[in-house]
Design a protein around this ligand. Structure first.
Ligand SMILES: [Zn+2]
Length: 149
């Protein structure tokens, strides 16, 4: 670290401690040139995800958006909002665990459908219809047929 007093970049760490919540480390450093002390902080890099939409544009991942989409699909169905909250967390964690900063909206849609399929048929069809925007009607009808079986 460059010393803010003399500009030298030789220093030693004299004290190092983590913050209460473990989210950062504070280090006291002493410049080996001028012996002045200064402080640096170390943080975990924010793993904010970026969503690539079908038209190629990008937007920050929003857990809230994900939840709203599922909530609309599950309207008047016997599904608690706690359960949807859990699913939103599961999906978010799954995306983060890939270790890639960018995820496609398609992948997110598929993950949501995977969960809704297990959860509730009506919610699943509702979501699938919105998600695919009826752009592929045959596919949507296939889904409906599968559920009627
Ligand atoms: Zn210095």
């Amino acid at each position: 670290m460059r010393c803010p007093f003399c500009g030298s970049d030789t220093d030693k760490v004299v004290d190092s401690r983590s913050s209460k919540n473990g989210q950062s480390i504070r280090r006291r450093r002493e410049c080996l040139e001028c012996n002045q002390r200064f402080t640096t902080y170390e943080y975990i890099e924010d793993v904010s995800l970026i969503v690539i939409k079908s038209d190629g544009s990008r937007e920050p991942f929003s857990r809230k958006k994900l939840l709203v989409g599922m909530t609309i699909s599950c309207a008047k169905r016997p599904i608690s909002s706690d359960r949807l909250d859990e699913i939103a967390d599961e999906i978010k964690q799954k995306l983060e665990s890939r270790g890639e900063r960018e995820v496609s909206s398609h992948d997110i849609g598929e993950l949501i459908m995977e969960h809704l399929k297990k959860l509730d048929d009506v919610a699943y069809v509702r979501f699938a219809s919105v998600y695919r925007k009826f752009s592929d009607t045959t596919e949507f009808l296939e889904e409906l047929k599968n559920i009627q079986k």
